[in-house]
Structure formats: structure tokens, C-alpha cells
Write a protein that binds this ligand. Structure first.
Ligand code: FAD
Length: 336
């Protein structure tokens, strides 16, 4: 929970306006926040569990950031996070050791997002290269920082070193079970792959493992990036058919630089539709045009998803406030 203090005796409307400005959309229609009158102040709680945000079919849009790679990049990441948080997404997530970012900053940034900017946040956590002690240390940091949401991941298998570490985690499902045991108050999400995880023997096998993850306690799943919505619709059908009924958040990566294409596809194994290839071929050598075209393509994907009943969208911002703002401005009427 995050508490905001507003003057007691204030007209409800005034305080409500203040809250909406401060904490954003998540305050909307939450009359339960009004309570706990004190002598001088009325304390107002903002519900921060992502499972609650995803509870209804109201469209939600969340944004992902990654921590700095080196200490010198801290300032630039801090600035980006502040500007992205100012857009008041429904929540923000912070990766753990991915995208070049180091893990030590994940919880700190997630705490800032929530406590300083009033936006619900989620910290990612991977387990494959960590000992149980490291994982428990991160969970304790989250608890101390008041983080309420965690994306429980295996992480990529390291190319150097041993896998798995003896007596440690092999798969995300084990991390989910562990979190349920040691930090049961956390709302847990997991990752899923519309085109199948690159290591999976088959899509059917991958979905079977996904069901285990949900049965173990994942309350929602966020997808890997995809560029062809029909692949996602097909995947949704297969998830529901397999009895996976938790909310699915569609992960959208705006490709705004030519050199992002190869790397993103290599990492995710996503198919690139011909329409998208033409955009990169045509605009790729002009950064400003490529940025605009990439934002437009991602916006188009999101509008199609929403028009087909997919309510929850997560945008991989790559720490670029312009990209995040471009998408949110394009959708301003649709997501309000
Ligand atoms: P798992 O769910 O464990 O699945 C990994 C593979 O193992 C799959 O092929 C699955 O089918 C298989 N499997 C699962 N359970 C079993 C079992 N019991 N027996 C046999 N096979 C099994 N990486 C980072 O380093 N940091 C991040 O912050 C980060 N954030 C991400 C956010 C999202 C939304 C996504 C989609 C990915 C993210 N990743 C991140 C990448 C992720 O760590 C990799 O994709 C990783 O290879 C798999 O992680 P997972 O949690 O999906 O693993």
C-alpha cells in the first residue's frame, strides 16, 4: 500500500483531484481510499497490487524500464524514469540484470517509482544465476522498500559457468513456489511466450510448463514482445484452452532504431512480418523517421489488441521517455 496524506476537512472533490494528479488513474473510483481520519490529516491508501489493477476489463497500460549498466549512467536512467513516471502509466516494471542493467538498482528504482512518483511498481527477479541467499536478499529488500509486485523469472542460462548451480533454482516455477513460501504477501507475475520460449521442445510443452507456473502462484503473465498480433490471438486461445485463466498482459516493443531489430529478434526469437520489414528497410537509415514509424507501428498493434478485447498492454520503453510519451499521446483518448 502507498499512503498519501491529504488535509482533513478538505472537500472530497479537492482531495480527489489532488490524488488523481499525484497518484494517477489508479485512484479513480476507489472510494475505499477515504478513511482513517486523524486530527489533521486524512490518510488515503492507494491499492498497489497489480492483480487488482488487472481485475476488470478497463484498459491498462504499463511501462517497463531497466536499471543503469554502470554507475555513470545512473543520472540518465533516473531522469528517464522520472519522465516516464510523469506520464502516469497504470504501473511500471523494472528489469533485473536485463537490457544491460545491473541488478543492484532494481529495487531502489522500483521503490522510487512508487514512493516518489506515486506510480505502482513491480521489480523483476531472476533466479538461474543466483543462490537462494541472493534471491532471499532481494526479496527482503523488496519487503523493506514496500514493493508489492514481483515478476518471477528464471533468466537466461549463462553461457559461461555451470547451470544449474547445485541445490539452486532450475526454472521460474521453483522461484514462484519459493516466493510463495518466504514472501507470500507479494503479488507474483511470470513471463510467457506467444511464439514459444526459444528453448521449449514444443509450444504444447511450453504451455504445460506455463500452467505449472500459474498453479504455483503466478497471478498474471506478461508476454514476450511480438510483432504480429495474430500470433498473440492464437496463443491466447491455447492458454485459455489449457485452463490458464489469469490476466495476460501483451508486451509491445516499439522498434525505433534499425540496430534494435536484429538484437530484439535474436533475444526474443519473434517473427517479423513483411509489413514491419518494409518499414525498417524504408526508414531505418533516418533516425527521426524510424522513430516515428516505430511508434506508429506499435500504436497500431496496441489499437488492434484493444479493439479485439485485450485490455492490458505493457510497453518496453527501452528507457526512452519520447517513445513512451509518443505511444501514450497516440492513445490518449483510448486509455483514459
Ligand atoms: P521458465 O518459465 O523457467 O521457462 C524457461 C524454459 O524452461 C521454457 O522453455 C520452459 O518451457 C521450460 N520449463 C519450465 N519449467 C520446466 C520444467 N519443470 N521442466 C522442463 N522444462 C521447463 N530476463 C532477465 O534477465 N531480466 C529481466 O528482468 C527479464 N524480464 C523479462 C520480462 C518479460 C515479460 C519476459 C517475457 C522475459 C524477461 N526476461 C528477463 C527474459 C527471461 O529471463 C528469459 O526469457 C528466460 O530464458 C526464461 O525465463 P522464464 O522465467 O520464462 O523461465
Amino acid at each position: 500500500m502507498l499512503y498519501f496524506e491529504v488535509p482533513a476537512g478538505d472537500e472530497v472533490g479537492t482531495s480527489f483531484d489532488f490524488l488523481q494528479e499525484t497518484a494517477g488513474e489508479q485512484c479513480k473510483n476507489r472510494s475505499a481510499f477515504w478513511g482513517l481520519s486523524t486530527l489533521q490529516y486524512t490518510k488515503v491508501e492507494v491499492l498497489m497490487k497489480i492483480s487488482e489493477l488487472l481485475h476488470d476489463d478497463k484498459v491498462s497500460l504499463s511501462l517497463e524500464v531497466f536499471p543503469p549498466k554502470t554507475t555513470t549512467a545512473i543520472e540518465s536512467v533516473t531522469r528517464s524514469v522520472k519522465e516516464i513516471a510523469a506520464l502516469k502509466p497504470d504501473f511500471m516494471s523494472v528489469t533485473y540484470g536485463a537490457g544491460g542493467g545491473t541488478s543492484e538498482h532494481t529495487v531502489r528504482i522500483a521503490k522510487d517509482i512508487k514512493a516518489t512518483y506515486g506510480v505502482p511498481s513491480m521489480a523483476h527477479l531472476t533466479c538461474v544465476s543466483s543462490t537462494k541467499e541472493t534471491v532471499d536478499g532481494q526479496l527482503r529488500l523488496m519487503q523493506d522498500a514496500g514493493i508489492e509486485n514481483v515478476l518471477a523469472l528464471r533468466g537466461d542460462i549463462p553461457t559461461d559457468g555451470d547451470f544449474p548451480l547445485p541445490n539452486q533454482f532450475h526454472y521460474a516455477v521453483e522461484l514462484v513456489r519459493h516466493i510463495k513460501e518466504v514472501a507470500p504477501e507479494l503479488c507474483i507475475g511470470g513471463a510467457c511466450y506467444p511464439e514459444g520460449h526459444p528453448e521449449a521442445v514444443s509450444k504444447a510443452e511450453d504451455i504445460r510448463h506455463m500452467k505449472e507456473k500459474v498453479d504455483a502462484g503466478c497471478e498474471f503473465l506478461t508476454t514476450q514482445m511480438f510483432f504480429d498480433n495474430s500470433i498473440f490471438y492464437n496463443y491466447m486461445y491455447r492458454l485459455r484452452e489449457a485452463g490458464i485463466l489469469v490476466p495476460i498482459i501483451a508486451g509491445i516493443m516499439p522498434i525505433t532504431r534499425k540496430n534494435q531489430v536484429e538484437r530484439s529478434i535474436q533475444l526474443s526469437g519473434s517473427c517479423v512480418p513483411a509489413r514491419f520489414k518494409s518499414i525498417v528497410d524504408w526508414f531505418g537509415d533516418d533516425p527521426a523517421k524510424m522513430k516515428q514509424a516505430g511508434i506508429a507501428y506499435a500504436t497500431d498493434q496496441i489499437i488492434d489488441l484493444i479493439a479485439n478485447g485485450i485490455s492490458h498492454i505493457h510497453v518496453y520503453t527501452m528507457n526512452d521517455p519520447e517513445v513512451a510519451a509518443g505511444i501514450m499521446n497516440n492513445l490518449s483518448e483510448i486509455i483514459k
